[in-house]
Design a protein around this ligand. Sequence first.
Ligand SMILES: Nc1nc2c(c(=O)[nH]1)N[C@H]1C(S)=C(S)[C@@H](COP(=O)(O)OP(=O)(O)OC[C@H]3O[C@@H](n4cnc5c(=O)[nH]c(N)nc54)[C@H](O)[C@@H]3O)O[C@H]1N2
Ligand SMILES: Nc1nc2c(c(=O)[nH]1)N[C@H]1C(S)=C(S)[C@@H](COP(=O)(O)OP(=O)(O)OC[C@H]3O[C@@H](n4cnc5c(=O)[nH]c(N)nc54)[C@H](O)[C@@H]3O)O[C@H]1N2
Ligand SMILES: [Mo]
Length: 773
Amino acid sequence: MMKEQQALIPGAQNPERFTGLKLGKPKTVAAGIPAVWSSARHILEEMNLLRGLKALAKLNQKDGFDCPGCAWPDPDDDRSAIAEYCENGAKAVAEEATTKKLAPDFFAQHSVAELGLLTDYEIGKKGRIAQPMYLPEGGTHYQPVSWEQAFDKIGHHLNKLATPNEAVFYTSGRTSNEAAFLYQLFVREYGTNNLPDCSNMCHESSGVALGESLGIGKGSVTLEDLYEAEVIIILGQNPGTNHPRMLSALQKAKKNGAFIIAVNPLPETGLLNFLNPQTIDGVLNIKTHLSDIFLQVKINGDMALMKALAILLLQEEEQHPGTVFDQDFITAHTLDYDAYVTHLKQCNLEQLIADSGIPAEQIYQTATVLQQKKKIIACWAMGLTQHKNAVDTIKEVVNLLLLKGSIGKPGAGTCPVRGHSNVQGDRTVGIYEQPSPALLKKLEEVYSFEPPQEHGYDVVKAIHAMHEGKAKVFIAMGGNFLSATPDTEYTARALRNCSLTVQVSTKLNRSHLVHGKEAIILPCLGRSDKDMVGNEQQFVSCENSMGVVQSSKGNLQPVSEHLLSEPVIVCRMAMATLGQRSKAPWQLYASHYDHIRNDIAKVIPGFERYNERVRHPGGFYLPNCTREGRFDTHSQKAHFNIAQVVTTPLAADEYMMMTIRSHDQFNTTIYGLNDRYRGVYNERRVIFMNEGDISKAGFKPGEVVDLYNDHGGVVRVARKFIIVACSIPSRCTATYFPETNVLVPVNSVADKSNTPTSKMVILKIKKSDPQHE
Ligand SMILES: Nc1nc2c(c(=O)[nH]1)N[C@H]1C(S)=C(S)[C@@H](COP(=O)(O)OP(=O)(O)OC[C@H]3O[C@@H](n4cnc5c(=O)[nH]c(N)nc54)[C@H](O)[C@@H]3O)O[C@H]1N2
Ligand SMILES: Nc1nc2c(c(=O)[nH]1)N[C@H]1C(S)=C(S)[C@@H](COP(=O)(O)OP(=O)(O)OC[C@H]3O[C@@H](n4cnc5c(=O)[nH]c(N)nc54)[C@H](O)[C@@H]3O)O[C@H]1N2
Ligand SMILES: [Mo]
């Protein structure tokens, strides 16, 4: 018998309302002219043509602003003068640069409870928040508040806590280097390392795996490497939707002769074919065929696949020594090769192939390709990081690269493709709940205060701490904590337990509506906004997925005169909280961002002459030991990792669910209701299933079902999803994030990285309960 799910918290979940599903054929080619139309439509819905053109003209240009979409790098050399962006970058800009705004009268007319009845799509379409807002204890409506009063309230709450560890300071990955550095400085001077960030739910597993295996938690390749690669393996990533500009890089690699292997449970359109709208070929409908081999892996079957490939390569190497593996590299630079070989010999190849879900002949074919190649790049994203054994899976990918000596040389290496446009930079400048002793020592040296040594809460630990009343004040620098985190109802309860929740935001979202006893919204400038301090225009900087730091300078008139920049907000929050006891020059930092960069240069390695180098068109590369052929592990060698494949047995009526992004969303921001490439229109409450599974279970496509997860003694329910048949391995299913976050158990996390297992949710599917119609 299933136990009842806990009572619902009003407004925590997207309403269970259908919007009218229309199905089309999944697309076989990405981008092209439909993408150009889609960009134009989204821009024109939010602003006039002039403002739209002005924004797009500076998007990703060397003197312009960094796209608020993904972290894919810009070319070092020439950039397209008119269109160095993609369809989804244009949507991200449309969403941010909208001229719609929410003035205080909007909040006076609509209670918080009423706003909670809107879908995420409807909430996002309301516009930019135009003024600081405050929700008093017991209040039903947000009211305007001055910046002064807002900061005083925050300072007051923080200063009355029993210990600084009762406060949590979250960061989302759009925050600039300047703002992020100041934020961690403020938080550590205040006295805690409670700095969870969106990385904890995103590429944390990559950071841990790469750090332990190779000595740096970042990828090693540059765009040039992609152009030179002989093989590019893309695992668990949907670049056509989430990193569309990567397709141009793949196209170029392909023209240079690269062989592309895609590993995914879904035949994602962007992995198949590409029409580059920025080239004549694309406009003339001449497509580039991208993947040469598509391996339709079972959810979490990647580690088994990697091991099977390694075994086949080993067999060949043993027959023809020195022809398959790079023995010189292995001897000079790695540890535990012999142990790894012994381990491979103990594995059962047939079982591994079965666990991967891929036909044996395709795996043999792939091994034959890899056998002959020396320059291999592995790219991956959330399809590898959000699983119980994610860290070991990524280390297994690294094992394969090490066997081939495909690391630390041109055309080869690791490429974890980051999500948010500055998520990598935020970590580089100190947003981390487990700071290194070196960082803390530097802070002490430069600022003469004693930073806290004890590690802080990551995202999952922060949720538990708030739930248990151990954390009482929650402050978010961007993001949408409630909707992005697992176990929506549990997290909602955690946030509601707080005495104060503060959101520094551009747009309204559900985290403003599920709040602590008191709540504050601080509206900030976005990437595209012109940031004036006094009479001088300021710029900030960001680090992309390949470790390039570049300036970002918005050029649009902000929608409201009451907005402040994130760096200024942090300075004023710090002054209101720390007052005279602070050792940092907050006033100076707020007066010109060069002062912030001068001090980042003193504290963070790799930022020497920051102000000078960030002003070079295109910015500068941060140091990267792996790229330079060194491994900064404790042994100064790269480590082969030995781990067992873990399989998750499913009962006869159970399925595995991955929560993925549609083509019309940026995380919890829903741009539209279409998922064009997958042929799903006007509806997000869908569950993708294997055709055979649908009939075996007695369902029909189009039928409405309820989804259940039973983990740790709690049964979670997400009601009303429409079955859509698609090409996906048997027993695997997919739904959109964040609608099904309610089903992701907060206690189901990846080993070592503590990342919620958002791509590995065990599911039962039942006909929809008519009681809930
Ligand atoms: N337009 C747009 N761009 C974005 C975002 C956005 O929401 N919208 N989000 C940004 C962020 S923060 C991030 S982190 C990235 C996310 O970028 P992605 O990682 O591409 O995003 P997901 O939709 O989570 O897609 C995961 C992919 O992995 C596959 N997958 C799932 N489970 C497995 C598995 O077990 N094995 C394998 N091999 N594949 C699997 C899915 O089928 C899907 O193709 O994109 C960034 N860019
Ligand atoms: N089930 C499931 N859950 C997931 C994932 C998944 O694949 N499946 N993916 C995870 C991943 S990879 C990530 S990165 C997280 C994302 O988690 P978050 O980063 O917390 O969420 P976002 O949706 O990116 O945040 C959107 C909000 O950020 C604010 N915002 C936008 N631009 C700015 C800005 O310039 N400054 C400030 N201050 N605020 C701004 C807006 O108010 C907007 O509503 O979600 C995670 N959650
Ligand atoms: Mo992410």
